[in-house]
Ligand binder design. Structure first.
Ligand SMILES: O=C(O)CCC(=O)C(=O)O
Ligand SMILES: [Fe+2]
Length: 163
């Protein structure tokens, strides 16, 4: 992808530095009222990319063509989701995928997720968004969640978007 986007070595290192990743383990308990709740509400990741290792229970869904598609578990297979920063550095060529996790009625689900983040103070340059650092992006996301209860994300930084 770095080659496709013609990023030089310096930019590749700043956007996807091997020291700027977070690893999370999730346990989603089973729930009899699986139709009433989401295990994780719809969102995009703030990462460059996210790598998910899900077990065989399923529940991850991605928004595709206006509808939600299930990401069926495939043994020994990782899922790579693109995040907001990849969308920005690719000038919207690659899209940050909206996804959510459904609750399972009878089985708990375990997933292992790795999030690759850019360097905190590396400047993200794009023709579609004003220049920002990942630190700024993260702080803005937190502020929006605090004020309105929801992430606004990249739209905040879009050139010519006052919302
Ligand atoms: O557990 C999963 O499969 C996805 C988790 C996720 O989307 C997230 O942590 O951002
Ligand atoms: Fe996510």
């Amino acid at each position: 992808m770095a080659a496709d986007l013609k990023l030089d070595a310096g930019l590749s290192a700043s956007y996807l530095n091997e020291h700027d990743g977070t690893f999370r383990i999730y346990r989603y308990p089973k729930c009899a009222r699986a139709d009433d709740y989401f295990a994780m509400e719809a969102h995009t990741d703030s990462s460059v990319l996210s790598i998910v290792n899900q077990d065989d229970v399923g529940g991850l869904q991605v928004l595709r063509g206006g509808g939600w598609s299930c990401v069926e578990p495939i043994a020994d297979t990782l899922i790579v989701n693109l995040g907001d920063i990849m969308q920005a550095i690719s000038d919207d060529q690659y899209k940050s995928v909206e996804h959510r996790v459904r609750v399972n009625r009878s089985k708990e689900r375990i997933s292992l997720c790795y999030f690759g983040f850019p360097m905190e103070d590396g400047v993200i340059s794009s023709s579609r968004y004003r220049e920002f650092t990942y630190r700024e992006f993260k702080e803005q996301v937190q502020e929006d969640i605090k004020l309105s209860g929801a992430k606004v994300g990249l739209r905040r930084f879009r050139v010519n978007d006052e919302s």
